[in-house]
Design a protein around this ligand. Sequence first.
Ligand code: ZN
Length: 249
Amino acid sequence: MSRNPRIVVWNEFRHERENPVVRRIYPDGIHTAIMNALRRDGFSDVRSATLDEPEHGLPPEVLEETDVLLWWGHRHHDDVSDAVVKRVHDRVLRGMGLVVLHSGHFSKIFKRLMGTACSVNWRADGERERVWVVKPEHPVAEGLGRYFELEQEEMYGEVFEIPEPDELVFLSWFAGGEVFRSGCCYTRGRGRIFYFRPGHETFPTYHDATVQRVIGNAARWVAPHAIAQDPSANIRRDPLEPLHNGRAG
Ligand code: ZN
């Protein structure tokens, strides 16, 4: 399964319909740019889900066939229903991989998994971002050099209110002087989570070949070998050996 995970790219998909600047960069939506990049990277089971679909495109039957979920949201985090957030959360704990992109740092699902405020400093002036690879041996950094640059990005600055990452793969520097932990690895339950910072909607970040490579690497790294059963189906009380109180196995 992990070699060709079943991937869903979730996108809020409202900026692209409401803002002509964003529509020009992503005429078919951010999710389509990311799906096309993943397919070019060799993933063949890739589909999308968006906020305004019924159950945000993530009914139980879809999620039950998802190994890796990517999440891009920005202005409408509060429109995501708590029932869907719980469903995604439960599946991450059972092993589904989650890649949280850019402003998804403030999504309900990321905040729930982190348990912290997840706030950042920010400035959307379109300045240069230099993303340093601080853990070059990590699978998410495969094929990258010492750093890569994006000519125009939104600045996110520390302090990023997250729990200490299990591993930090990227550290960004911005032309205005700030730094930011841009590639953060976590495990929650059986599921792997990767947070990847770049991706402001008014810049062509998801058309960048290096960014696309990172997203593919991240999808491979979070992909589970197997998804566990619902833990409540697993509870056993019968002893393997007879107990001294006479109770039989
Ligand atoms: Zn942004």
